[in-house]
Design a protein around this ligand. Structure first.
Ligand SMILES: Nc1ncnc2c1ncn2[C@@H]1O[C@H](COP(=O)(O)OP(=O)(O)OP(=O)(O)O)[C@@H](O)[C@H]1O
Length: 256
């Protein structure tokens, strides 16, 4: 059995006495789609923030691709292969689709300021390579026809796809999606689900996503982890989790 891509062990995090995460442990297998579910305030976004270095855990450890870390910076996480989208659109709304996707490569720049200022050496090679990667990911996510449009002028569902393109363009091995379908209508959700499945199947990207819509979770994920008040109350296949009485009590049985 290959080693899991991500191993969380006894991860805890508090904010002024509130336990956002309480000794949380679980594994994410390489190549799977893992859904994180749980009521509002259960700790889902905090956990993604620990994995990509926005927050530092008070205790416990994260092992990513065999490397153990207690504290990692977001730029380091991106270099190691962790991509991320945010719950609320964090796009540059007045820039084009192309520029927004290119922004996903900033942390991968190697050219020096001088090379960059004069457009020589690594800067030249990087520009060619970056443009090729942006074109490739735009085609993969069906964004080519929109590449020169200003993001603010695009329908919401397409804006969320631009956000996905920006997270994917750096070629992450682990992609964290924070409510990628929040605020979408049914058609937009179906379209986004299709792109998430294709990303997983064609690019081989492991995905951890937060989602509230249970029909989306059941249709997309191989593995579901359920949080409640920062604790894990369920961990298994979508079917196992749906039958688990603790999960029904904590989450599925409640109006959300
Ligand atoms: N930066 C912060 N400062 C203070 N408290 C925070 C901060 N971030 C999260 N919390 C608290 O930590 C707990 C977990 O929040 P978190 O946002 O991780 O939950 P969530 O499961 O993602 O919720 P939602 O589904 O509403 O997004 C909550 O009690 C929240 O108020």
């Amino acid at each position: 059995m290959p080693e899991p891509i991500l191993q969380l062990r006894d991860v805890s995090l508090s904010f002024k006495g509130i336990k956002a995460l309480n000794a949380l442990s679980f594994d994410v297998e390489r190549g799977e789609i893992c859904a994180l579910i749980g009521p509002n305030g259960a700790g889902k976004s905090s956990l993604l923030n620990i994995i990509n270095g926005v927050y530092r855990a008070d205790s416990g450890s994260v092992v990513f691709n065999g490397e153990r870390f207690v504290r990692i910076r977001p730029a380091q996480a991106a270099h190691l292969g962790v991509g991320r989208t945010f719950q609320h659109n964090a796009l540059f709304r007045h820039l084009s689709v192309l520029d927004n996707v290119l922004a996903g490569l900033i942390r991968h720049c190697r050219a020096t300021m001088v090379e960059h200022a004069f457009g020589v050496g690594r800067d030249r090679r990087e520009s060619r390579e970056f443009n090729r990667r942006v074109d490739e990911i735009a085609a993969f996510l069906d964004l080519t026809n929109h590449r020169d449009r200003v993001v603010a002028t695009l329908p919401y569902g397409i804006q969320k796809r631009v956000d996905l393109a920006r997270a994917l363009v750096g070629g992450p091995s682990l992609l964290l999606l924070d409510e990628p379908m929040a605020g979408m209508n049914q058609d937009e959700k179906q379209e986004m689900s299709r792109f998430i499945l294709e990303t997983n199947a064609s690019l081989g990207t492991t995905i951890v996503l937060i989602e509230h819509d249970m029909s989306v979770v059941m249709g997309l994920s191989h593995h579901v982890v359920v949080l409640d008040y920062g604790r894990k109350v369920g961990d298994g296949s979508p079917e196992d989790v749906r039958r688990n009485p603790d999960v029904i009590a904590a989450y599925l049985g409640t109006a959300h």
